[in-house]
Write a protein that binds this ligand. Sequence first.
Ligand code: SN0
Length: 316
Amino acid sequence: MKRYLTVDDIGDLKQALAEAKQVKATPYAWDTLGKNKTIILIFFNSSLRTRLSTQKAAMNLGMNVIVLDVNKDGWKLETEFGVVMDGDKPEHLREAVPVIGQYCDIIAVRSFASFEDKVADYEEQILTQFIEHAGVPVISMESATRHPLQAFADLFTIEEYKKKDRPKVVLTWAPHPRALPQAVPNSFVEWMKEADVEFVVTHPKGYELAPEFSDGVKVEYDQCKAFEGADFIYAKNWASYSSYGEILSKDRAWTVDEEKMALTNEAKFMHCLPVRRNMVVSDAVIDSENSIVVQEAANRVVSAQVVIKRMLESLK
Ligand code: SN0
């Protein structure tokens, strides 16, 4: 495996889930696979779970881990091309990326959507630099358009908790004070389309995801109707794609609360975290027995370990 950016990079999902199960059961079974191999984790944005779980996954495989927070350490990086670098950014990404590649065997990078330029975001301009110039395999730890380690962990969590072969999974938009990227819902949709689930997305009008993700997906604009009989409720805010990066609504009628959860088939509540309590989800729901957000976060180690393990195996 040379890159991990989209659902296509994982190949057969059943096989990936079986491997995830094995990794979860025996996390240290490959603890010499990464001996004398180094992974560098680069963050252009904040992180708690991604940083810790990816580091833990690499350590389980016996790797050396270096973490770089671009906003705190190193030089401020210029990411635009053709600019006169007379401002506050002393180094260009074009040199930084191949240099970082000299110091490691795998690079993992987090670079959110900027919301300044829809085309640049959806072309993945920063991630592409890493793929083209790092010279080593690249893992996305959330790019402008996708969050594949999250989606893999989410599907694995659904597999663990499902009570029927083909559960009903609902992705619901929820209100938020800030404009958030579409990466998490995009990847979740991408994975659910390939999974053996009945999948429904619900959001207010204007929050349609990019066609490359939403094509073929059932959208139900009535949130209560969407919740009926659901086995999993996956909540997430995202900013508008069509009115790119805009907040069109902060309507707390969309907050996931006990009343709406009562419409479901005792659904499990999921969220990638961090979550804004009483905006996205009520205290009562996230604190309930049916909330599996912590278990979901635990599975981030599993998804990262499967991906890093496959990359190490293909380095040999
Ligand atoms: C990120 C997002 O893509 O929505 C990361 C999720 C894994 N979330 C945030 O940036 C939340 C920030 C906030 O202000 O709540």
